[in-house]
Design a binder for this molecule. Sequence first.
Ligand code: A2P
Length: 331
Amino acid sequence: MAFTGKTVKLSTGYEMPIVGLGTWQSGKDGEVQKAVVTALEKGYRHIDCAAVYGNEKEVGEGLAEAFSKGVCKREDVFVVSKIWNTFHEPEDVLPQLKKSLKDLQLEYLDLYLVHWPIAFQKDKENPTNMFPKAPSGLPVYADISPSVTFKAMTELPKDLVRSVGVSNYNKRQIEEATAAAGVAPAVIQIESHPYFLNDKLITFALSKGIQVTAYSPLGAPARPWVKADDPVVLKDPVVLAIADKHKVSAGQVLIRFQLERGVTCIPKSGNPDRIAQNFDVMNLKLSDDEVKQLKALNKDYRACVPSITNNEGKTVPRDASHPHFPWNEEY
Ligand code: A2P
């Protein structure tokens, strides 16, 4: 169901703004710091971060700059971070939360997510190494139940984190994590755009009171593993025709599409005009027929399958042989 306001109430009682700024691949060279300040100036009140993006210190600089300029106050902004795969042991969860808080220059997070249901072994010699490599070139997997990590998240001090959730878990993993922790994730973050609707998982999560945030709502056109002949949802003729009719951009149509389904989203941009444009969707309204047309574009095309180059120089899915790989099941 479409949102009626600019925020949605989570199962924890906290309000989450329906459009946030994504920061994956937002540069440390000043891009992300400026993007955060611009976004807050343009009215965003939700910033999505993750330890593995490697730019939380720069996001923190942006937040500090905006607060000191009086653009907004800490309590006005909903800040999200995610714990990385090398830190899934329960003993690592609190220290990692504290590390993100320090980098972000914050006293608390609004939402902390388990980034993946997949654990990697911690590199004991160099714990900051987020991609410990096996001789095959793949990461060194660890068999830690995704439920165990989620349960540890729910036990974090409430003054340091207000809500906890997961990302990239499948239906079974959500159910198991909920049973183990005795409480459902407040939010699940998953890929969604018209080429990859993810409808079944979204319908399931929303039916359980779990808010869904769509990552890559624009189809992640700049993902590192993109190929020249991959489909580009931002250029789809149906998306362009709807954009033309409403005199908005394709990006705005894709963002509004998620809001019409009751799904929050976090488009990334480092460009001031696109940052402003992506938030200027609150008064846009897509008709039921337009939503239907956009849904009909689905081709179950997942853009975000992290891939790496193995020792033989081949690009291969990074995690497909992991025991907790989420995408071997229907949804
Ligand atoms: P840029 O940072 O130069 O604006 P997603 O959130 O799906 O991963 O997409 C992010 C990508 O889409 C980034 O490369 C971003 O580039 C680009 N982008 C962001 N907003 C728009 C928009 N309104 N129209 C076209 N491309 C956009």
